[in-house]
Design a protein around this ligand. Sequence first.
Ligand SMILES: Nc1ncnc2c1ncn2[C@@H]1O[C@H](COP(=O)(O)OP(=O)(O)OP(=O)(O)O)[C@@H](O)[C@H]1O
Ligand SMILES: [Mg+2]
Length: 142
Amino acid sequence: MAKFISKSENDTKLIAEKLAKKVKPNDFLAFFGGMGMGKTTFTRYFAAALGYKGETSSPTFAIVNEYRGGKLPIFHFDMYRIETFDDLYSTNFFEYCEMGGVVICEWSEIIENVLPENYIKIEISKGEDENTRIFEIEGIDL
Ligand SMILES: Nc1ncnc2c1ncn2[C@@H]1O[C@H](COP(=O)(O)OP(=O)(O)OP(=O)(O)O)[C@@H](O)[C@H]1O
Ligand SMILES: [Mg+2]
């Protein structure tokens, strides 16, 4: 397990860049951690680090956004509004997991029982002040 303390968005960018150097096709990044922890912010920097040039946005309503054109495609899920297995199934989640891209999953807590094997766990928690975040990353050597 690797632990990083981020004291700013820029620190979070550096962590995202470190991870982007190591990911490979079909990797699954499972975010854990509550509202406003920085999951979407991390994803924006991660996508840029993989060479994606476009805009990223929170897929809270779309459930999944696709970012293509970088080194690997990124499939960005937000499970916040997923309530049933059928909801999840109808997003093509299981197909996306095997499409050779990197799947990024916000609110993994909600689908914890159907996460793929060998996922990369990114747990974010609050630090001692407003802009501090603690990142605990498991499942990949950084
Ligand atoms: N060290 C930090 N790293 C990342 N974001 C930070 C940091 N400090 C403050 N922030 C701020 O925290 C907010 C994180 O919002 P973001 O939308 O990324 O969170 P989220 O985890 O995706 O939330 P949600 O659960 O609502 O999807 C942003 O406004 C960002 O500027
Ligand atoms: Mg978010």
